[in-house]
Design a protein around this ligand. Structure first.
Ligand code: CP
Ligand code: NVA
Length: 308
């Protein structure tokens, strides 16, 4: 059974099928109470472990609700309260959890923890964010773009700000879903060149542009994220803010994109830092649809992992 560790390591047709299923599952629930079980119960008798070594609101609640809607059961585990946080190896944790649960989702720091967990678990593992990537978020973002504007293939996405984990998964998606991506941010915070090269090798046009005004010309979608991620040291906070201030997404920047350009942010957002309040709540913002969609996209990801 497949893991879902990254967008670039998942086959294109599988990604497409997951997004299609996410659209269908969302449509099927329209207007229903949140706690109402889905008509289909593919997770009946399934147990899912959700491990968090970092804080989470959206990922935590949306995975939990999603499993329950599909008829399964969950346990939410904090890394700190597990033996994992007290020296038990990741491999042993993986072997043991595989005896109790059918599926493991983990949000962690180092990519190597995710990889080791996946290697030693005999059940599928899902990446719920690492320092390096956040693939479930971008599946939800693709779903969100498509439900507002149709296919994302051939569109121009602009990432303004820190070339972080969410940006990395956007680059992976550019290659797999066939859209172009312009990164605009300070050189010191460029995305990993390996991910840029990978997307280019798949035929996506990836541009690095230091001037945000030039970058957003012709943009269909503008995306940003926090200037200080959970894994970033607070001692660099001021330096990061100084470097990133020119890349704030504000109304002046939005006005330079296509008139029907959308704005997205995975949240949590810091108003008047990476995005202004006016853009967050403006007519082009779809951030709260984007916040809903992990519920649907992750259900499709989980079904893919269990083949149900
Ligand atoms: N966007 C996102 O992953 O949010 P949480 O950190 O609240 O899970
Ligand atoms: N880049 C952010 C995303 C939070 C969902 C972080 O890693 O903290």
């Amino acid at each position: 059974m497949p893991d879902f560790l990254d967008i670039h390591t998942t086959a294109k047709p599988d990604l497409r099928a997951m997004i299609d299923q996410a659209h269908a599952m969302k449509a099927a629930r329209k207007g229903q109470p949140k706690g109402q079980p889905d008509a289909e119960q593919p997770f009946a008798n399934r147990m899912v472990a959700l491990i968090f070594e970092k804080p989470s609101t959206r990922t935590r609640v949306s995975f939990d609700v999603g499993v329950r809607q599909m008829g399964g059961q969950t346990m939410v585990l904090s890394g700190k309260e597990m033996q994992l946080g007290h020296g038990e190896t990741i491999a042993d944790t993986a072997r043991v959890l595989s005896r109790y649960v059918d599926l493991i989702m983990i949000r962690t720091f180092e990519e190597s923890v995710l990889q080791e967990l996946a290697e030693y678990a005999s059940v599928p593992v899902i990446n719920g964010l690492t320092n390096r990537t956040h693939p479930c978020q971008i599946m939800a973002d693709i779903q969100t773009y498509e439900e507002h504007r149709g296919p994302i293939a051939g569109k121009k996405v602009v990432w303004s700000g820190d070339g972080n984990n969410v940006c990395a998964s956007f680059l992976h998606a550019a290659g797999q879903f066939g859209f172009d991506l312009t990164f605009t941010g300070p050189e010191a915070l460029d995305p990993d060149p390996e991910f840029v090269a990978l997307a280019r090798a798949q035929g996506a046009q990836i541009d690095i542009q230091r001037d945000p005004a030039q970058a957003v010309a012709g943009a269909d979608l503008i995306v940003t994220d926090t200037w200080v991620s959970m894994h970033d040291s607070q001692s660099n906070r001021e330096r990061r803010h100084n470097l990133l201030r020119p890349y704030q997404v504000n109304e002046a920047l939005m006005a330079l994109a296509k008139p029907d350009a959308l704005f997205m942010h995975c949240l949590p957002a810091h108003r008047e830092e990476e995005v202004t309040n006016a853009v967050m709540h403006g007519p082009q913002s779809v951030v709260f649809h984007e916040a809903e969609n992990p519920l649907h996209a992750q259900k499709a990801v989980m079904r893919y992992c269990l083949g149900v």
